[in-house]
Design a protein around this ligand. Structure first.
Ligand SMILES: Cc1cc2nc3c(=O)[nH]c(=O)nc-3n(C[C@H](O)[C@H](O)[C@H](O)COP(=O)(O)OP(=O)(O)OC[C@H]3O[C@@H](n4cnc5c(N)ncnc54)[C@H](O)[C@@H]3O)c2cc1C
Length: 483
């Protein structure tokens, strides 16, 4: 990364400080507010520096889900069994390849208490389960399967349990979550400086991060962090240069899940003082073709007319497989009985016909390619089986009722949504690690500035989930540091 000298200032070049706090937090989204609350609860003087005119970041515009489990109050109230071990088994399988076992262990062990803490902050959850898949659109239900827990191969690795915890409101769930947390921070006496964009970190000769330099309308401010500085400045989905360099596939996703402040500045600040960034190519890549859920009775096809996934998995896994393994050139074949227009994005029909042969010809596939795929699928689906990809019996039926339609799910035709999952390498105390793995003294990070629990495989709620969880860890640990 070039230009690091602008992002790092030597402590000897800072003649005096304009302000100081025990813990300085850079960015006031979900990770930032949770960091601030916990550092304040530990008795710290906490100052949050936020470049925008107000709090919230991407978090305030989000779906507000938190991925929690292991037997949370809401899971128990609704009669769902879960355990730390069960949640850990799912996450280790779903968040890979090679997720960070220590981060996931800490996250699962602390999840019940973390959700209790969120409840204590006044975030309301309705004791009701949303029976549809993945996201309770148009509903204020509290609990949902927000990942692939019930789908193969995960249903053979861990007992399915719903872990998407959604605040009780039909719309603006992220705003409800964030407004409650921000109100708690105001009540706790967290100090804030808006319109304050951190441009550089100040580093002492021994490598310790001791402060930041920020741009404000009144000029540059030098802010000392007595115990710790926490980077919670979001990801880099809005930085085209960083996407080109680290995650070019994500550029093919038309809908950027984030705000313009997701320009990677937190990651670049961490790199400048010796932090390591990992898994920078990864992202949550969703193909939000559902709802309507009946489309899951269809089959996802490669451009060669082959199935490549079980269609009942989380749409983030379908998106990941479509973009990363099929070069973003995929289709969905559905029969008339199960066809419905996706509710969230417009579609283009790639082919339609009274027979599968017609559809195959219209798609320009070699004779027999699609016909054979459908014949094999139908033979087993009639018996409630899918020996190739193990789609659940609830979603299996022969594709038999004409006319047959093919929805074009290529990146050129359909909206793939993406945000970045790569970022600074942290340990379970949210300390930023250098290339050798040792923490950079005084420096912490959480949220999408980091590579968190999802090291590619994602389930809804894991971003706000790990941001809030490891933000709190950062706030607590920073307060244990020497002054
Ligand atoms: C429509 C939508 C729905 C979503 N739904 C969900 C969901 O239900 N569950 C889930 O887990 N995730 C969801 N996500 C993703 C999730 O919202 C984000 O990944 C998450 O909010 C990131 O949180 P954060 O605290 O890391 O960053 P942010 O909330 O973006 O906060 C970062 C803050 O840092 C500030 N900042 C940046 N650079 C600087 C700087 N140099 N100096 C000072 N301040 C700076 C920014 O202005 C911003 O306020 C959704 C996203 C969208 C857009």
């Amino acid at each position: 990364m070039s230009g690091t000298e602008l992002l790092r200032v030597d402590e000897r070049d800072v003649a005096a400080w304009d302000d100081q706090a025990d813990v300085v937090v850079v960015g006031y989204g979900c990770a930032g507010v949770c960091t601030a609350l916990e550092a304040r609860a530990a008795g710290g003087d906490v100052l949050v520096l936020e470049r925008s005119g107000g709090p919230g970041g991407t978090s305030i515009n989000s779906g507000g889900f938190l991925y929690c489990g292991g037997g949370t109050a809401l899971q128990r109230a609704l009669g769902y069994d879960d355990s730390v071990e069960n949640m850990y088994a799912y996450m280790m399988a779903a968040c890979g390849p090679e997720p960070d076992a220590a981060l996931i262990q800490a996250y699962c062990e602390g999840s019940v208490a973390h959700f209790d803490w969120i409840l204590e902050k006044g975030v309301p959850y309705k004791e009701s389960f949303f029976a549809g898949a993945h996201e309770p659109f148009h509903s204020d239900d509290g609990l949902v399967y927000s990942g692939s827990e019930f789908a193969w191969p995960f249903n053979e690795i861990a007992t399915p349990a719903p872990r998407g915890h959604a605040p009780q409101t039909i719309q603006d769930k992220g705003a409800l979550l964030m407004n409650k947390l921000i109100a708690a921070a105001v009540a706790a006496g967290v100090r804030t400086a808006f319109g304050t964009r951190v441009e550089s970190l100040v580093q002492a000769g021994d490598g310790r991060v001791v402060g930041a330099i920020a741009h404000t309308v009144e000029g540059r401010k030098r802010i000392r962090a007595r115990k710790g500085l926490v980077l919670t400045a979001g990801g880099f989905i809005y930085n085209e240069d960083m996407l080109s360099r680290y995650a070019p596939l994500l550029k093919q996703c038309r809908y950027k899940v984030g705000t313009e402040t997701d320009d990677g500045s937190g990651i670049r600040l961490g790199l400048a003082v010796g932090g390591e960034a990992i898994r920078m190519e990864t992202g949550d890549i969703s193909l939000p073709v559902f709802p309507p859920n009946d489309l899951r009775f269809g089959i996802c096809l490669s451009e060669q007319g082959q199935r490549f996934i079980n269609e009942d998995v989380y749409f983030g896994r379908i998106g990941e497989y479509a973009l990363m393994h099929q070069a973003g050139r995929v289709f969905l074949l559905v029969d008339d009985e199960h066809f419905g227009r996706p509710e969230n994005f417009p579609i283009e029909i790639a082919a339609a016909g009274e027979t599968v042969e017609e559809v195959e010809a219209e798609l320009g596939m070699p004779r027999g390619a699609l016909v054979n795929t459908v014949a094999v699928y139908n033979e087993y689906a009639a018996r409630g089986e899918d020996p190739l990809f193990h789609k659940g019996a609830d979603w299996l039926a022969p594709i038999a009722t004409p006319p047959f339609g093919v929805i074009d799910l290529s990146t050129e035709s359909f909206v793939y949504t993406a945000f970045t999952l790569g970022g600074l390498w942290i340990d379970p105390q949210a300390r930023v690690r250098g290339g050798g793995g040792d923490p950079i003294p005084g420096l912490y990070a959480a949220g999408r500035t980091t590579s968190g629990v999802a090291k590619q495989g994602y389930s809804s709620g894991m971003s706000l989930g790990d941001g809030s969880f490891f933000g709190r860890a950062a706030g607590r640990h920073a307060m244990t540091s020497r002054t």
